[in-house]
Design a protein around this ligand. Structure first.
Ligand SMILES: [Zn+2]
Length: 509
């Protein structure tokens, strides 16, 4: 990275009072930034350091598993003509990655060059499977339905006047951690469905609203229909504070004004659909949030009591961070509440003020998380995802730049999202002669007869459509797929039901 650019990125993070250092060399700058006398090293009094430590351990463990793959395969590659190659390679793989490599590929090493692309894809799929199993088996983020954090958050949500929180972030991998990291919300207390440009499907969302309201009438879950609470729909668009014109949202041409405006329009369409289609004052509450992918700082367009949201007015978490850093915990929360309350024209419901205040307070921890972990903003300012996730599900993915999501029922319908993902991975992987790993997932309801078989059929249908659409990549061994399903009504991990690396398919190839 050019020194000037590095300096600009770090300087931005030091806040408005920090001196400009763009003429420093990168080394000077790094050692300067590590000087304990600078504000970068201190944390905000409201930052939850215990939570930051826990999240850091999880992120480094999971991403580390993926990042060890290439160095391991380089070692394996140098061994392929040695005696006892297969045994040595397996031993090495287990010690470095914690799992074995596919022996049918290793065993061909004596007669033809090792298929490093297939080995790479297999390692990515196994690394994902281990992380996925760990997520469902041991709840490393403490966000499952049975966790304390989840219960506490749901009570808080209800006190704020909301019975359901439904969030749509952009499908960009740099927002995959929005819920568990940037906003610090227990993942089971929120419905999340990512879409390119955060442009969610209005009809599907109305259906989800209907389902939610129906359940309130039938089962009093999450609360009784007599309680005057609302369904809260949130859109998270994104922008880059450091490279706004090139590292913003690809779906909106890196223009954050357009990203915010289109996100708001989708929210308004949803609200109007509910109001026009159902009587008795049926409505929903809306919230628009922007996320800076360089720092994870959010800006919240706080709605007033009439649900009016202004595109050019927001509460900025990074500004609040700087303004409240010298205050005590109580003073800080009081000040943040005042800022949120006074940010709209007219009045804002107390519940919404409390909810937004909570999000801002939570986000302060994330601002410190990023700056402490990276000594400034994220070093991977652009795409650095490890695999593409296609289909419906991926409840277990909560890390930044791990997965590019293409949520779809059919490849035809989701082609634009998928094409963007393939293009990103041509740059990330194919340019290095590495394949694009695609994990296909279809969640199903175990309570519905035949749903599991239909999910398997959906996986195969999408797999075939991917092979057809990206034929050349598949034929060159530059695109591999792993087919997985998961019962969303159970706590069990996902199940692998097929892969382009299956030995039978490899023989045909
Ligand atoms: Zn985006």
């Amino acid at each position: 990275m050019a020194y000037r650019n590095l300096a600009r990125r770090k300087d931005r993070f030091l806040g408005p009072t920090a001196p400009r250092k763009s003429y420093f060399s990168a080394q000077q700058l790094n050692s300067h930034l590590k000087d304990s006398s600078l504000p970068l090293t201190g944390t905000h009094p409201l930052t939850d350091l215990a939570s930051n430590n826990k999240l850091q351990v999880y992120e480094q463990e999971v991403k580390g598993r993926f990042d060890k793959i290439v160095p391991l395969l380089k070692d394996v590659s140098t061994l392929q003509h040695n005696q006892d190659f297969v045994a040595t390679a397996q031993k090495l793989a287990i010690s470095k990655l914690g799992f074995e490599l596919p022996s049918n590929i290793l065993e061909k090493a004596w007669v033809c060059p090792l298929d490093m692309r297939a080995l790479f894809a297999s390692c990515v799929f196994q690394a994902h499977q281990i992380s996925s199993n760990q997520f469902f088996n041991s709840d490393p983020l403490s966000g499952s339905e049975s966790s304390n954090d989840s219960g506490i958050f749901e009570s808080f949500l209800s006190e704020c006047g909301f019975h359901l929180l439904d969030v749509t972030p952009c499908a960009d991998g740099r927002l995959a951690h929005s819920i568990a990291y940037a906003l610090r919300i227990p993942f089971s207390a929120v419905r999340r469905r990512s879409h390119a440009g955060a442009l969610f499907d209005v009809e599907n969302t109305v259906n989800r609203w209907v389902k939610t309201e129906h359940r309130r009438y039938r089962e009093n879950i999450p609360n009784s229909p007599n309680e005057a609470t609302r369904y809260l729909k949130v859109v998270i668009y994104h922008f880059s504070s450091i490279n706004p014109s090139s590292q913003g949202c690809a779906a909106h041409g890196s223009d954050d004004t357009v990203a915010a405006a289109q996100g708001l329009q989708r929210l308004l369409d949803f609200k109007q659909s509910v109001e026009n289609s159902f009587c008795c004052g049926a409505s929903v509450d809306l919230l628009l949030i922007g996320l800076d992918t360089d720092t994870d700082a959010i800006r919240v367009h706080v709605p007033n009591s009439a649900s009016h949201i202004l595109l050019d007015k927001w509460v900025s978490a990074i500004d609040i961070y700087n303004e409240t850093k010298s205050l005590s915990v109580d003073e800080g929360i009081k000040r943040i509440t005042e800022i949120v309350r006074s940010s709209t024209s007219g009045t804002t419901d107390k519940g919404m003020v409390d909810f937004v205040t909570k999000l801002i307070v939570n986000n302060l921890s994330q601002i410190d998380y990023v700056r402490q972990l990276h000594d400034g903003p994220y070093p991977d300012e652009g795409h650095a995802e490890r695999f593409i996730g296609v289909g419906i599900g991926f409840k277990e993915v909560h890390l930044r730049n791990l997965t590019y999501f293409a949520h779809l029922d059919t490849v035809e319908e989701g082609a634009p999202d998928l094409d963007v993902g393939i293009k990103i991975f041509k740059g990330l992987n194919v340019s290095r002669d590495l394949p694009i790993p695609v994990v296909i997932r279809f969640d199903y309801s175990g309570r519905v007869p035949g749903a599991k078989d239909r999910a398997i059929a959906d996986c195969k249908r999408v797999d075939n459509a991917i092979s057809f659409r990206y034929r050349k990549l598949v034929d060159d061994g530059l695109l591999h797929t792993c087919l997985t399903i998961r019962d969303r009504d159970a706590k069990a991990p996902a199940e692998v039901v097929g892969s382009s690396l299956d030995p039978a398919l490899q023989e045909e190839h």
